[in-house]
Design a protein around this ligand. Sequence first.
Ligand code: DGY
Length: 323
Amino acid sequence: MGQKPYVYITRKLPAKIIRNVESFANVGMWESKNRPVPRSILLEEAKKADGLFTMLSDPIDEQLYRIAPKLKVVANLAVGYDNIDIQGATNRGIAVCHTPDILTETTADLAFSLLLTVARRLGEAMDYVKEGKWNSWSPLLLAGTDVHHKTLGIVGMGKIGEAVARRALGFQMKVIYHNRNRKWDSEKQLSVEYRPFSTLIEEADYVLCLTPLTEETKHLFSYDVFKKMKKTAYFINAGRGQVVVEKDLIRALQDQEIAGAGLDVFEKEPIDGDHPLLKFPNVVALPHIGSASVETRMAMMERSVENIRRVLIGEKPISMVNE
Ligand code: DGY
């Protein structure tokens, strides 16, 4: 039997996952749960790796491919893969794998929670009680905005968008969407209605961004877009931070062009603790936890391991980006 392949994992993962990889490969791992692998170490490891198990914080690019002659597979622990140069991988016959489907419902739960949290001012309300400020019941104390019977506008109607739409329909919301391609099946099955982007942003009470980051979507949400939204509308982003011009969002919040924002993603992650966005009481900020339930993250890790295993034995992986 030949030598086992070498797989480098760019973040410390649970022992159970490591054991799975060890069943078919020699394993190297960056031993921190919370800090990304330094670029210099990633590049050193890539030189000898047959497979890389990566996080969305690891840029996988031409510089890396050039020095990684054995590399056959990059498995990203996310459905998004904007951190990876796909064309470069394809040119070299490297399979890029990701983790779609298994995170759909969990990410939809978070996106809808973010909407509810912003609308009903739950972040402010929790702080209020914990800080001992609650003296008496009062008619308009921390009164928020209704969600039920309002209009949700989903920008980027993939599987997560459809899963959010199902939740919204349970809240008797009207759901409109914008997507590159019309989703005729969703329109029929979920009674969601298509709108051009410019109409959606004017009509929605909640604009939920779920688009992947591409050349087309980068900086899609600029000041002009926020200005066209209703002054009572909220902007929710559970897609990618760079779809938004953050300084324009700040200006729109300052000018009260929109009522508030719920953000799970940012232009630069992690966001600095003193970032101006974090100063607004009507902004809820989360640390990119869309798919972060233990069940789902474990399933995503297992999917990544299986994708790597299959590529290394010459089989088709379960979820490959560059088929
Ligand atoms: C993804 O899978 O792309 C998410 O952003 C990670 O939570």
